[in-house]
Write a new protein. Structure first.
Ligand code: UT7
Length: 330
């Protein structure tokens, strides 16, 4: 029989440097009032120059391994969901493998933007189904400050850097804590142009000795993305609940992608879930893309919002477009 998967350990890491809305007021035409009311964000963390996605992933991974009671040598696979890898080649996954000191095991990145962590979880549980002895590290990590256009006020206030990691392994029975009940992934490539980082790709290659333009940074049609984010996350949450004969009343905590407090509130209304059952930390970290859900998951657990028996619904939405939901049983 195919093995089921569970989260064996969780961990997250954000860099020390905190950037407030007031700090951004000094470099661009914006206000704390606008950012707070339109997004709910008050602060975000930025990595120092030279710190890469794999460095943040390493810190989060070591915490997840400790939480799992494992050492790096226990891992069998590494997956790094990110849209801001250290480099195109080698992948952040391979760099992280080297930093963990565990040569040999398969290591790779996943490009699914803000939904990358849930895409990574689905990969992990497929690996566990194939290899029941597997311990898969999913370390979602982003240094989005490296792809932020600080001359574009509509995007530069939104993002932050950080990493969240889990170790996924087989579980024996339905009572195992952290069990992955189900995962649903979707994508709609027709809407890809609404949220892009094109510069440096094969269709927009870098040219020697030319200056780079805004296409090298996150570009977004914010209002359109907002609408699709709410609709798509609501749909994929309803679908996974229906598929598993559950309703939102069965869910103890919803952990949505942390992009904007208004998106989270609109999602809560569409799902008919009261704010006390929705986890929010976008105020402190901003949008950390692929890292947002695992950071929130680890923080929610650390704060006692997830206890034995809790059913947790995760959902995310991002560039691609990609969208996903996951049901967990603790
Ligand atoms: O993680 C992937 C998914 N990403 C998201 O989910 C983000 C989705 N989008 C959003 O969160 C929101 O659309 C934004 C926060 C990006 C923008 O909020 P909005 O309420 O949709 O504002 P808007 O883009 O419609 O702009 C309203 C006004 C504009 O001025 P005018 O044209 O009305 O005079 C903007 O120029 O706000 C202005 N504006 C700003 N003002 C001060 C835009 N950015 C800023 C800013 N400070 N930082």
């Amino acid at each position: 029989m195919t093995k089921q998967s569970a989260l064996k350990g969780l961990g997250f890491h954000v860099p020390d440097k905190i950037v407030s809305n007031q700090d951004l007021e000094k470099i661009i035409d914006t206000t704390d009032e606008w950012i707070t009311t339109r997004t709910g964000i008050k602060t975000r963390h930025y990595a120092e120059p030279g710190i890469g996605t794999s460095d943040l992933a390493l810190e989060a991974s070591l915490k997840a391994l400790k939480d799992a009671g494992m050492s790096p040598g226990d891992l069998t696979h590494i997956i790094v969901p990110t849209f801001t890898p250290d480099s195109y080649v080698p992948s952040a996954g391979c760099i992280l493998q080297h930093k963990l000191g565990i040569p040999g095991i398969p290591s790779y990145d996943i490009a699914a933007a803000c939904s990358g962590f849930l895409y990574g979880l689905e990969n992990a549980r497929a690996l566990v189904a194939l290899h029941p002895e597997a311990n898969v590290l999913v370390a979602a990590s982003e240094v989005i400050s490296s792809r932020t256009n600080f001359k574009d006020r509509s995007t530069c206030v939104l993002f932050g850097d950080g990493a969240g990691a889990v170790v996924v392994g087989a579980c024996d029975n339905a009572a195992s804590p952290g069990r992955i009940i189900d995962i649903l992934l979707t994508a709609d490539g027709a809407l890809g142009e609404l949220l892009t980082v094109k510069g440096g790709g094969s269709c927009t290659p870098p040219l020697l000795d030319t200056t780079i333009g805004p296409e090298y940074f996150v570009q977004m049609e914010g209002r359109d993305v907002f609408k699709h984010a709410v609709r798509s996350m609501a749909t994929v949450c309803k679908d996974i609940l229906a598929k598993n004969s559950l309703s939102t009343d069965d869910i103890d905590l919803v952990i949505p992608h942390q992009a904007n407090i208004r998106i989270i509130q609109s999602l809560g209304k569409k799902l008919n879930v009261s704010p006390d059952r929705i986890f929010v930390n976008v105020d402190r970290y901003g949008n950390t893309s692929a890292a947002s859900v695992p950071i929130a998951l680890a923080e929610a657990r650390d704060q006692g919002r997830i206890t034995p028996g809790s059913k947790v619904l995760l959902t995310s939405f991002g560039g691609g477009f990609t969208c996903a939901s996951t049901l967990l049983q603790f």
